[in-house]
Design a protein around this ligand. Structure first.
Ligand SMILES: [Zn+2]
Ligand SMILES: [Zn+2]
Length: 184
């Protein structure tokens, strides 16, 4: 079996192995070696990520309970400014001593590797539609300025979409009128 490559996410557990009932806490400060996230927001490479864990020795393996604090960065989907969202997410996984279909993870060379667990927990907690603030007004559809930065912003030409809709209806009415005229 190949040896585990140690990363900032790997935690030695040899002192807990096969000693059911033993427990220990461990905190990790990770400089994220490889960023991850969804299409619109994610944890950037080189950013700081903090993990508090409690490691418990069970008969089958090591149960790891933890909490991740990270910052996800991306763009507001409405106004496109950069946003940084604090992420707090909890996880719990059993790292089995031997390969077992019931568990996704195993203890490897006396270490547990928290990277996939932490990544999955964080990615699942990320918004698919991040916004800079809940009431973000987005961008002006005519000139693209950010409306929150420009209170009362408006144009000479009709800017209200309802006006645009009415203008369209006028066109339809004209057609209807001309149809009627032809029939007469
Ligand atoms: Zn926004
Ligand atoms: Zn405008």
């Amino acid at each position: 079996m190949s040896h585990l490559i140690q990363t900032p996410y790997t935690v030695p557990v040899f002192d807990l192995m096969h000693r059911p009932g033993e427990m220990r806490e461990k905190s990790l400060d990770v400089v994220v070696p490889e960023g991850f996230g969804n299409a619109v927001i994610g944890v950037r490479t080189g950013s700081a990520l903090h993990i508090d864990t409690r490691l418990e020795s069970l008969h089958d393996g090591i149960l790891v309970s933890g909490r991740v604090d990270a910052t996800a960065e991306g763009e507001c989907v409405r106004c496109l400014i950069d946003v940084a969202l604090p992420i707090e997410v909890e996880f719990q996984e059993l790292f089995a001593y031997s390969f077992d279909e019931a568990f996704d993870y195993t203890v490897h060379d006396d270490y547990v590797d928290l990277e996939p667990v932490v990544r999955d927990a964080v990615v699942l907690s990320l918004p698919f539609q991040p916004v800079c603030q809940e009431d973000c007004l987005g961008l002006c559809p005519q000139c693209g300025v950010r409306l929150l930065d420009n209170p009362g912003h408006e144009h000479e030409a009709p800017v209200d979409p309802r006006w645009a809709a009415l203008a369209g209806l006028d066109g339809l009415n004209d057609d209807t009128e001309s149809d009627k005229t032809e029939k007469r």
